[in-house]
Structure formats: structure tokens, C-alpha cells
Design a binder for this molecule. Structure first.
Ligand SMILES: [Fe+2]
Ligand SMILES: [Zn+2]
Length: 465
């Protein structure tokens, strides 16, 4: 069996007569590598292939045509006997897969991405090569295929690089074989109040005693935006330990782990017995808290039911019913503040953020930021925007307060609730009596990191970088 190895003698000749310049070079066929096909690659990340329509902003925002990758790729890709590596015009290396797809890599890009021990720290996963010392016109002196990947010797410092086929296939950008913008993990499941009959829940014992239990808990939050934990000892200590299973606790001006009653201990309505409409917390932070955990330790009165609303579900409904309002709430920035304590005056940077925040590239909805109580003065609106803004806000409020979308649960000592504050809104009914709650915030990035490392293999994660 022969593998084609094409190398170019001169760029000018290449352009004129590429074919005659091919050189055949026999390569070892022993232990021929098996390259994941596109279907295998997608299978590996199968949950990613579904892009729920609701996570996409309306067409007005859609300019992300570059997200689409070739649909011509065939399922089977195997380097074994039908691939070739070639250098074209010195500036690019071509790698042809079994199905005929050719991946084209810029020489400089390849050199910059060398993962040899000299160029990349395998433990810290940091680049060691000095990109700025690589000649911009670097080119391969030779390219060859081994059983595991592409080998290149460079014309600068005679450096040798090895690129595993799996890595090349995963990161092929011309064409894009794996969509680099596919969302991570299992598809999110949005919900209305019918979820009450089947609430996501895990056992405290499982979470505390095994990483499998912890992974399941975090994946509930990823998929549904919230999860209950049952069988939690009714103490602040156990609740804090539970929060720390995910990550360190995020400290704010309210402190770290909180343990509060309705005594207005801080200048915020959370510390009263008033009813609270559905909202997300900390809209006044540049980086709103990611997770929020609540544990009712004691209540000797009436009321105080907990309200949960799936913001992503409501956004989907708003988009369907009132696309103009969806558009407006995706664009108009809302200023927010926290200034209830004399020593505090927090506002985010940027100062104003939309209620519906999207990934700028994929246009996926990534964050709902809404707390009408914490909204600052809307003095930045253009005169013609004032009525339109309030119309949109009313449309949003109508969806958020629609009975069908409200999940009411009763807090119980021993049953902890945790939710994604970038997705789910929460509130409560008024209550009487003495109520003691404890809980904690977690940073978004730290929650996601923990979820990622527990739900994806280290090998896969390393390859994704
Ligand atoms: Fe809150
Ligand atoms: Zn290297």
C-alpha cells in the first residue's frame, strides 16, 4: 500500500503544474491509525449536535454563517491507505482524508500549535513556544505520515513537530470538520410548571460520597437549570460543605456563606418578609453569580413558598409571541445597582446590560439578567425608545408571570435547592413568622469547570484545547 506524499519544489512551479511535481513516498502501513470520522467525532460529543432553536437569537442577529461546516464530508475517515500529506506553496500543508476531504493548514499555524514538550507543557497545558520568534515565512522542510499522525521537520532550527490525526481532525478549520461552536454537553431541557411532577433531585449522600453523584447533580443544573438535594443535615456546616463540593464559595458584599433571617441585616429586600417577583440575583455585578443555593433551616410561620421560572423557556416564548420585544430586550442595556448599605455602591461594567444576553458569535442565548427592583434610572433611552421599551418589558413580565411557567415549591429543612442564576429566575411569596435560611453563591466559571471535568474525560478535554 502506498500513501501519497506530495512536496513542492518551488511555489511558482506548484501553481503552474502541481501534479507533475508529486513525489510518491512509501510510508509504513503498520499500525495504521484510525481517525475518528465526522460521525464518530460528533458521536463523541453527541449531545452537542442538537442546537435547540430557542438558544438562537432571531434572524436579525444572525450573521453567523461561518458556523456551518461542510456537509459534504462522508462518514468514514481513515488515514490507513487513502490519505496524503502535502505542502502547497510552502505556506500550507494539505492533509487528505479517506473520504476525499482535504484539510488545509497554514504552516505558521501548525508551527504555532506544535505540542511537543519543548513547545507545549503537557501538564499545565500552556504554550511554551515563543510565537513571536517563529519566522512568519516558516515552511516545512519535510512532511511525512506516521502511524499516529503527521510529522513535520521545519526549515527553522530543524524543529520537529508531531500532530496526532485525532487532533488534526478535531481542529481542522479549512474545512471545519467539527463545528467549533457546538454547545457543550447534553442539550438543555427547558420547562414549565409541569416539571413539578418530576423534579430533578439527587441524594446528599451520593453527592458527598462519590464524584458520580456530584457529576449527576451538576448535570441536572446544566440540563434543567436547577436541582434539589435531599437528605441534607439541617445545619449550616453540612450545607456549606455541600456548596464546597462544587467549588469555593463566592464572597460578595453580603459575605461568603450566608445564614440569614428576615431582620433586614443587609439593605436588600431579600432580608425582609416581602414577596419577591421572579428575578435573577446580582444583575449589578459585571459578572453575576453563577449558582445560588438555598437551604431553609427553620420556619415557624406561614407562606414563603419558593418560586422558580426557567428564563430560557420564557425567552423562547417571548421570541415566538413578541419577536420585536425579544429583539429590544436583547439590545437595550439595563443599568443596575446595589446601594442598600451606606458603604456600598455597586454598578456593573459595562454600566448597562440587556436582559437577554447572547453569545456574540453563535447568537445563542447565554444569560438572562433581570431584576426589576435593582434597575437604575433609564435616562439613556432615546425618546422614541421609551414606549417600545416598556411594551417589551410588559411582554416579558407577562410571560414571566404566566401561571404555566411558575414552579412553586415549599422549602423544607433537609432539602436544598440550587439553581443556575444565569438562566433561572427565582422569587418567593410573603411569609410570616421567623424564618432562617442559609446558602451560598458560586462563580459561573468555577461551576462550569467542575461540571466539565466530571462529565468529560481528561483526554477529551485536553484534545479540545
Ligand atoms: Fe434573589
Ligand atoms: Zn515543538
Amino acid at each position: 500500500m502506498t500513501l501519497l506524499f506530495r512536496t513542492l519544489l518551488s511555489p511558482a512551479k506548484a501553481a503552474a503544474q502541481r501534479l507533475p511535481m508529486l513525489q510518491r513516498a512509501p510510508l509504513s502501513t503498520a499500525a495504521a491509525p484510525s481517525i475518528p470520522s465526522r460521525s464518530q467525532a460528533l458521536l463523541r460529543s453527541q449531545p452537542r449536535q442538537t442546537r435547540p432553536a430557542l438558544f438562537q437569537a432571531p434572524n436579525y442577529l444572525s450573521h453567523a454563517t461561518h458556523r456551518h461546516y461542510s456537509t459534504e464530508l462522508k462518514a468514514q475517515v481513515d488515514i490507513k491507505d487513502q490519505s496524503s500529506a502535502s505542502v502547497v506553496d510552502s505556506s500550507k500543508v494539505h492533509l487528505r482524508w479517506k473520504d476525499g476531504t482535504t484539510s488545509r493548514f497554514h504552516s505558521f499555524w501548525l508551527r504555532d500549535h506544535c505540542h511537543c514538550p519543548e513547545c507545549y507543557h503537557s501538564v499545565t497545558k500552556q504554550r511554551l513556544v515563543n510565537t513571536f520568534k517563529i519566522p512568519r515565512d516558516i515552511k516545512p522542510k519535510s512532511v511525512s505520515l506516521s502511524s499516529t499522525g503527521l510529522d513535520i521537520t521545519w526549515d527553522h532550527e530543524n524543529h520537529k513537530s508531531h500532530y496526532p490525526f485525532t487532533w488534526l481532525n478535531r481542529h481542522s478549520y479549512d474545512p471545519k470538520i467539527t463545528d467549533p461552536y457546538l454547545p457543550e454537553g447534553a442539550p438543555k431541557k427547558t420547562w414549565d410548571n409541569s416539571i413539578a411532577s418530576n423534579l430533578p433531585e439527587v441524594a446528599y449522600k451520593d453527592v458527598m460520597e462519590s464524584d458520580k453523584g456530584l457529576a449527576e447533580w451538576l448535570n441536572n443544573i446544566h440540563v434543567y437549570g436547577f436541582s434539589f438535594v435531599s437528605g441534607v443535615p439541617v445545619t449550616t456546616e453540612a450545607t456549606e460543605e455541600l456548596a464546597k463540593r462544587i467549588s469555593f464559595i463566592r464572597e460578595t458584599h453580603y459575605g461568603g456563606f450566608w445564614d440569614f433571617t428576615s431582620d433586614l441585616g443587609h439593605g436588600d429586600t431579600a432580608y425582609t418578609d416581602l414577596a419577591l417577583g421572579a428575578h435573577t440575583d446580582t444583575t449589578y455585578f459585571t459578572d453575576p453569580v453563577g449558582l445560588q443555593m438555598f437551604h431553609l433551616l427553620h420556619h415557624d410561620g406561614e407562606g414563603g413558598h419558593n418560586l422558580m421560572v426557567d428564563g430560557f423557556h420564557c425567552a423562547k416564548i417571548l421570541k415566538e409571541r413578541h419577536p420585536a420585544s425579544y429583539k429590544l430586550l436583547s439590545e437595550i442595556g439595563i443599568p443596575a445597582h446595589s446601594a442598600g448599605d451606606l458603604s456600598t455602591h455597586i454598578v456593573p461594567s459595562p454600566r448597562r446590560n440587556p436582559i437577554l444576553n447572547h453569545d456574540p458569535v453563535t447568537q445563542d442565548l447565554v444569560q438572562v439578567r433581570f431584576n426589576n427592583d435593582d434597575r437604575s434610572t433609564m435616562n439613556h433611552l432615546e425618546p422614541h425608545q421609551v414606549d417600545a421599551f416598556y411594551e417589551a418589558l410588559f411582554d416579558w413580565n407577562k410571560v414571566l408571570t404566566d401561571e404555566k411557567n411558575l414552579l412553586w415549591t415549599k422549602f423544607q429543612p433537609g432539602r436544598v435547592l440550587i439553581f443556575d442564576n444565569w438562566r433561572c429566575l427565582h422569587g418567593r411569596s410573603a411569609f410570616t413568622g421567623k424564618r432562617r435560611m442559609c446558602g451560598a453563591y458560586t462563580n459561573w466559571d468555577d461551576y462550569r469547570s467542575r461540571w466539565r471535568t466530571l462529565n468529560t474525560s481528561a483526554k477529551q478535554l485536553a484534545e479540545d484545547l
